[in-house]
Ligand binder design. Sequence first.
Ligand code: HEC
Length: 126
Amino acid sequence: MGGKKDVNPLPPTQETIREGQVAFSHYCISCHGLDGQNTGVPFADQVSPPVPMLASPEVQGYTDGQLRSVIANGIFPSGMPASKELLSDEEIWSIVTYIRHLPPKGSLVDPGVYSDEEVDRLKQKK
Ligand code: HEC
């Protein structure tokens, strides 16, 4: 993982966190949940490797630059996609800031992207 020493140029203000949350809610919640902790994501622990809790000590142990690099480049060949074609540098850094300030697990609503039928179907696949 590259980018270890890259420094987040954005100030960690409420505004940056909010921007990051908005970008996160567009591109990341279908797998990570609105709270970054898989809330409401029916397959999160059924894919291999599973979708990690972004509030976990492992993920929080990365530097900001490493998080940026993971988000920009994705992780091949797992399910974590690269975002650098979709997001500006500023959006990615604001997401890094959001990941540092995640709300408590389960405190936000489900992403609402999966219907009950889809959840049933995904569970049956198991
Ligand atoms: C299609 C599902 C999917 C989407 C969309 C997705 N991720 Fe992930 N993400 C994953 C999976 C699966 C992993 C675990 C990958 C692994 O461990 O190899 C992961 C891992 C991560 C990690 C931890 C990396 C590590 O090395 O431990 C971070 C941070 C992360 N994602 C952030 C994001 C952000 C931010 C977005 C939106 C820009 C996003 N993800 C979009 C599925 C997704």
